[in-house]
Ligand binder design. Sequence first.
Ligand code: PMP
Length: 428
Amino acid sequence: MNSNQILSYDREHVWHPYASMRNPSAVYEVTGARGVRISLEGYGEVIEGMSSWWAVAYGYNNPAINAAIEGQMRKFSHVMFGGLTHEPAVRLAKRLVDMTPSRLQKVFFCDSGSVSVEVAMKMALQYWRARGVSNKNKFATIRGGYHGDTWNAMSVCDPVNGMHTIFSGALAVHYFADRPKCKFGQPFDASDFDSMGDILERFGSEIAAVILEPVVQGAGGMYFYHPDYLRMLRSACDKHGILLIFDEIATGFGRAGMTFACQYAQVEPDIMCLGKALTGGYMSFAATLASDAVADTISDGGVGLFMHGPTFMANPLACAAANAALDCFESFDVPARTRRIGEILADKLGPLAGLPTVADVRALGAIGVVEMKEPVDCALVQRLLLKHGLWLRPFGRLIYTMPEFVISDEDLLCLCSAMVAAVEEISK
Ligand code: PMP
């Protein structure tokens, strides 16, 4: 197929994320990818500033991850995990247990971030059922969150920006506290916790768990809130007998300037979801980690089994990729590097805050956000950025970047110049 044929068949038959089949927006054909660059048909090599939705942390076509997958493929690509096990899975489990907060001791491998959220929510429900508590069937979260597109994950996404309106009546209804107002790096005011505190106080007996993204809310608005909120949340959950689930799918493995964002608050969850950069963005894979207390309770009471077991659970190729990605993580000080990337992003994008069209500019770790006052024309901004050699996918009022952790200072400066130029052009 030539490029025209690919694009025209794509337009007629292939659904893209959050897209119309009647009037699909432009897509670009990728013909190769290496390091922090992708090759786009008709545009040549451009810097890919999204890490493919937070995932490709160590660059495209990474030789070490390629070699690990190839090596595993020659041994075996897949075996069922029911009644069988393998070294790549066990080694990966050990590494995850060792690096995550010490409370998390048990690992459940699954297919994608959304599925790991489903698994976490099922764990919380089974935990209470195993304890003979039948009325804890609800979850609480904060507004502005995003946890995936599967059924239960969707039910705890932001009710306004998420898909609650479309699916209302069919989705489970949970409790939504106000989004924390105190921002990262600014003073904390304990009244920020009032809305959540009130929900937990009044409805705690119905709530199985609180689920949220620690410190960084990603797809729900690229918003950074104060870590002290999480300290108050941990103690309120303990007080009211509620489990705490952290979704670190986007923030995990150094993205926000700490290995895990919850380390800013020094707070440990009972259950944690990991995905995206887990395999260095090579394939769909995720893990849900649980405390001994959660795992033992599920195993000792009720049916005594955790009722989930996907076909591709602990896929050996994905485990091999993840082990190689962790080797990459350990090969340099990732959190120090992402904090430095954040300083450069803040420094170079910061002046845009002076434009009358710009509402806010913020950066934390390898996440840089230019929040406009009005919604942006995504297709137009993409065309402008491509002219300057950069690929991004803006949404809503946000033009943002989450570069690969391995980006050089030189490429990062090019990325920033392209963003600045595009924002200035749409601000004229
Ligand atoms: N949780 C968070 C915080 C995410 O950012 C995402 C994906 N953007 C998900 C869950 C869902 O992950 P996946 O797309 O792999 O299902």
